[in-house]
Design a protein around this ligand. Structure first.
Ligand SMILES: [Fe+2]
Length: 295
């Protein structure tokens, strides 16, 4: 992925023949990542048609193994704030948590463990990842970013105003954005354009279930179908390793409970949804809705 980057560190994959698989936030969770790769094989989708929105490593106990697995598979990966911080040998994950918050205290613990468990070559690889990946799917330009177009750790939630999402899409100059970082799967049509977040593979969606999430963008007649898919995996095994290797026990608990140990970053609307099980489903993105669409 380091080939062909612009000075702004944008990678252009050109035109992809759909469907495109989207995932992110593997967070060093090897069991969940293996389950996702098995799902990709089951769907018959190759690495070349798969986009990762970053945060390959974080809370989970296997940062090296997950990085190796994804690199070996060869999917396109956007730099997350975790990769940026680890490549820079920073003191914390750069998630943007308030100083003194529960998120900040927990992140200091897992960040130290992750930094310890990654080899130098992998940190260098992380530093070379693109900050944005663009591709074309049935004539529509789509940008994959981590948080925001300019701010890698910007949280864009379902409740984030549509005008803010529109401004982010404007900043990429595309028809739609695929983002990560916030950990909650959702899709929204914003003025005819797409805002999409596949959710995370390495941590549940704070919905009170242990399921993790990925998504599929499938060309269909007249548009693109965006499908949110839930995944079951060996969360008990992943949590046991976290406890054994000095990763935060509260995040290990979260793998089973499906509830985040701290919700400091959540707006009131997302806080109110905590513990309410999400339902897998699809949303249709009609081309006719695009502002410049001629058909
Ligand atoms: Fe992130």
């Amino acid at each position: 992925m380091q080939q062909g980057l612009t000075p702004d560190r944008i990678a252009d994959l050109g035109a992809l023949d759909g469907p495109v698989l989207v995932f992110g936030g593997t967070y060093g969770n090897l069991e969940a990542t293996q389950a996702f790769l098995a799902a990709a094989r089951g769907l018959g989708i190759a690495a070349g048609n798969t986009i990762c929105t970053g945060d390959v490593v974080a809370y989970g106990a296997d940062p090296q193994a997950v990085s190796d697995l994804l690199r070996e598979w060869g999917c396109a990966i956007v730099m997350g704030n975790c990769e940026e911080a680890l490549a820079a040998e920073a003191a914390d994950c750069g998630c943007g948590f308030d100083e003194g918050s529960a998120c900040a205290a927990l992140s200091a613990q897992w960040f130290a463990a992750t930094r310890r468990d990654l080899d130098p070559a992998t940190k260098r690889w992380m530093g070379g990842l693109p900050r944005r990946i663009v591709f074309t799917l049935v004539g529509r330009r789509i940008a994959a970013i981590h948080g925001g177009a300019a701010q890698i750790n910007r949280f864009v939630f379902p409740s984030t105003p549509a005008a803010d999402k529109a401004a982010e899409i404007d900043a990429t100059g595309t028809d739609g954005v695929i983002a990560g970082h916030c950990g909650i799967p959702f899709s929204e049509i914003v003025g005819g354009r797409l805002w999409h977040n596949s959710g995370a593979i390495g941590m549940p969606a704070n919905d009170g279930t242990a399921r993790v999430w990925y998504a599929l963008l499938s060309p269909v007649r007249g548009g693109i179908e965006v499908t949110h898919r839930a995944l079951d995996y060996d969360h008990r095994g992943a949590a046991a390793k976290m406890r054994a290797r000095g990763y935060p026990a509260s995040y290990a608990d979260a793998l089973g409970s499906g509830l985040w140990p701290s919700c400091d970053v959540l707006p009131a609307a997302e806080l109110a949804e905590r513990g309410r099980a999400l339902i897998p489903g699809s949303m249709f993105w009609p081309f006719a809705a695009l502002p410049q669409a001629a058909e």
